[in-house]
Design a protein around this ligand. Structure first.
Ligand SMILES: [Zn+2]
Length: 252
């Protein structure tokens, strides 16, 4: 009988080019297959992160989005196509991801993430990939990550700029340490965004997720990486925990 822990010939071919990487190998690929990851939002960031995570062979991917596909999404949310306009983003993305990799178990939820349902939605996922477009929901995700003590990979974009960092509760700053809630945030007009900018930030988030899963060092922890497309520069800011942080202060 076939050992369910062994990869099929088809899987070995599919993942060959990443298994060839000494830092990953078959053992790393098995960790990727056994991983459960939550991607919050299937917009500009989530289109890319969910796609690459699925391509990489993440065993269990959970995705959630509350909206339907609109014309104005299509310059950057490339998992959604013209024919998908009017469809729930969760459904549109589920169809593409299943077509991409039938070995992944993908759960797509059409839901708004709130402080009331967040912990339940995350369930037993062990990594949160932030693909939201607002700080309010990010704060909800960050608080849930701290409560569950699971990594939260932050990403955000605005016009030609992007930011990304990996927050590990008890070890690194959390979102709240870096961006304290000043209660000034209100719903504003959505910013302009050049499609490849979220694409690039999401790629970095996926690399961080894979490194976390495989157990590689050199994570984007204690560092906020900022990308500026105007002058094509990456800048890195050292970030520290706030011992008085209202979310992670006192957590070990
Ligand atoms: Zn904190």
């Amino acid at each position: 009988m076939e050992d369910p822990k062994e990869f099929t010939r088809e899987e070995l071919l599919r993942y060959n080019r990443q298994i060839m990487i000494p830092d990953i190998g078959e053992e790393g690929q098995r960790k990727i297959r056994d991983a459960k990851v939550f991607v919050a939002g299937i917009g500009g960031l989530g289109s890319i992160s969910s796609y690459y995570l699925t391509a990489a062979g993440i065993g269990h991917l959970k995705i959630a989005d509350k909206d339907k596909v609109e014309h104005s999404n299509l310059n950057r949310q490339i998992i959604h196509w013209t024919d998908d306009i009017g469809e729930w983003k969760s459904e549109s993305s589920l169809r593409k991801l299943r077509g991409l990799n039938p070995h992944c178990c993908i759960e797509a939820l059409q839901v708004e993430i709130t402080e009331h349902n967040c912990l339940e939605i995350i369930g037993d996922c062990s990594i949160i990939v932030d693909a939201m477009d607002n700080m309010k929901t990010r704060r909800v995700l960050n608080a849930a990550a701290v409560k569950k003590k699971i990594p939260y990979i932050f990403g955000g974009v605005h016009q030609l700029d992007g930011m990304v960092s990996t927050f590990i509760p008890g070890k690194t700053p959390c979102l709240e340490c870096v961006f304290p809630d000043d209660r000034q945030e209100s719903a504003s007009t959505p910013p302009g965004i050049l499609g490849p900018v979220p694409g690039m930030i999401a790629c970095i988030q996926v690399i961080e997720a894979v490194k976390l899963i495989v157990g590689l060092e050199g994570l984007l922890t204690g560092r906020l990486l900022s990308f500026c497309a105007n002058d094509m520069t990456f800048r890195e800011f050292k970030i520290k925990r706030n011992p008085e942080c209202s979310v992670c202060g006192g957590i070990r």
